[in-house]
Design a protein. Structure first.
Length: 237
């Protein structure tokens, strides 16, 4: 009899242990899901605050973290409603700011007059072989556009030379000449048509021959040009 009772107690204890283990296993995933939802909810609050502050960069980063790390939570569902548009706008604004920062605008006294310049450096070539595209207005010299080599002896060009150029892929020719004063530059013969084309161009290429490198294709990312920042010449009386 005692032996039978001991066996029954052992079986009851085993059944209880199995039931407790099953209960814990059942409760585990539920508890984990609730914890993830709570964590995602806190991050969603931060995400929404960043949106209100228009702090789009960190918001995009946090939004992706919520969607990737907590994909099945209500917070991820909420973030998905705005993340794609937010990221597209952020990338567009960042690119616009990057292009605008490539230009340098300066106005200063220069040899008896006032000079206003808008300058952009080539995105190719880079480094020591960079070439500048300079738009210049001077109260005495008038308006001009030219290339300026930052190093080396400048360009190969006898008399007038024709430079092959593309404006967003559209081929055109630029007439240019070397200044008689010897600077490492190429001045454009007719700046007005060039400036008209430049105003609606995002990517400009110009083929030149430099003394140091030979044939070279210059690339300028000109899409950020702001004509309002290039001070106009005073009207003649």
């Amino acid at each position: 009899m005692m032996r039978r009772i001991a066996v029954l107690l052992a079986m009851a204890a085993l059944a209880s242990a199995c039931s407790s283990s099953q209960d814990q296993q059942a409760a585990g995933p539920v508890s984990s899901a609730n914890d993830q939802a709570a964590e995602a909810g806190k991050k969603l609050e931060t995400y929404q605050q960043l949106l209100k502050l228009h702090n789009d960069g960190p918001a995009v980063q946090l939004g992706h973290e919520i969607v990737d790390k907590y994909p099945d939570t209500p917070a991820a569902t909420e973030v998905k409603k705005s993340l794609d548009e937010l990221e597209a706008n952020y990338k567009a604004a960042s690119e616009k700011a990057r292009l605008a920062a490539l230009w340098l605008y300066q106005t200063s006294p220069m040899q008896g007059g006032t000079q206003s310049t808008a300058t952009i450096q080539s995105s190719r070539p880079t480094g020591e072989q960079t070439v500048r595209l300079i738009l210049r207005r001077h109260t005495d010299w008038g308006q001009s556009v030219f290339l300026y080599a930052t190093t080396g002896k400048g360009f190969v060009c006898k008399g007038d030379c024709s430079l092959k150029a593309t404006f967003d892929g559209k081929a055109k020719t630029i007439k240019a000449f070397r200044p008689p004063t010897g600077e490492p530059a190429l001045l454009f013969r007719n700046d007005a048509p060039f400036l008209k084309d430049l105003a609606r161009t995002k990517r400009l290429t110009i083929d030149v021959v430099t003394i140091s490198r030979g044939e070279t294709t210059l690339v300028f990312e000109t899409g950020g040009f702001d004509p309002d920042k290039w001070t106009p010449l005073p009207k003649k009386k």
